[in-house]
Design a protein around this ligand. Structure first.
Ligand SMILES: Nc1ncnc2c1ncn2[C@@H]1O[C@H](COP(=O)(O)OP(=O)(O)OP(=O)(O)O)[C@@H](O)[C@H]1O
Length: 206
């Protein structure tokens, strides 16, 4: 069981405080929505939570079955989908899945073929990812995150570029594959996080 514990976590860039004195406790089965206006610091907090950038003061701990995990190993417990994260465009969809799942175990031994079907991309299995539409790429990024066998899923603006069918698909995927994980969703669209039982607004931590 993974737990994430934030104690007085604070981040600033130069003289600008992005968030201050954030205290949070998240365990598998919990979901958190991070909301706030444009530029309030949602993506920055997500990056701090993933360990890709450091906080300026306070503490973030990952605890697995009661034992702290070194920050250098956090990446192996999480997957991220975010607008600023690119996928290698030269690969075909099949090649990209093979490549990705060399580093991260797929959920419940699910095959690449089944994943492609779940992403409703079966007709595009051999197409280069660089030729995908923005909505297809978004489904792919969400699929890479959700079908990785990790306890922590970090999503930034998960339905950007998705049409109505894609948004319904996202909500269904979260119901099906979000269970028993820690879900953290950065968003200003209630449809992306209505299922989250915890919500913070970054303006409350300035
Ligand atoms: N590397 C950086 N160096 C300096 N300032 C930064 C850096 N990254 C982000 N910022 C600043 O931190 C603030 C928060 O940015 P962030 O991208 O986290 O906001 P956001 O809430 O995700 O915004 P949006 O809703 O527009 O995506 C902004 O003022 C931004 O300019």
């Amino acid at each position: 069981m993974l737990k994430i514990h934030l104690e007085e976590a604070s981040k600033r860039f130069q003289y600008e405080w992005i968030f201050k004195n954030l205290n949070l406790e998240l365990s598998q089965g919990n979901s958190l929505a991070i909301t706030g206006s444009n530029g309030s610091g949602k993506s920055t907090l997500l990056k701090c939570l993933s360990g890709s950038i450091p906080i300026s003061s306070g503490k973030i701990d990952y605890i697995l079955d009661g034992k702290p995990i070194s920050e250098t190993d956090w990446f192996s417990y999480l997957s991220i989908s975010a607008p600023y994260m690119e996928v290698p465009e030269e690969f075909s969809l099949e090649e990209l899945l093979d490549f990705h799942f060399k580093f991260k175990k797929p959920l419940d031994g699910i095959s690449s073929k089944e994943i492609i079907e779940q992403l409703y991309l079966s007709q595009h299995a051999l197409k280069a990812v660089g030729q995908f539409s923005s909505g297809m790429k978004q489904r792919l990024k969400l699929g890479l995150a959700l079908f990785s066998d990790v306890p922590l899923i970090l999503l930034d603006e998960p339905t950007s570029n998705l049409d109505k069918k894609g948004i319904d698909w996202y909500q269904e995927m979260m119901r099906e594959y979000g269970k028993n994980r820690i879900l953290v969703i950065c968003s200003n669209e209630p449809r992306e996080y209505t299922f989250c039982e915890q919500k913070i607004t970054l303006e409350d931590f300035k």
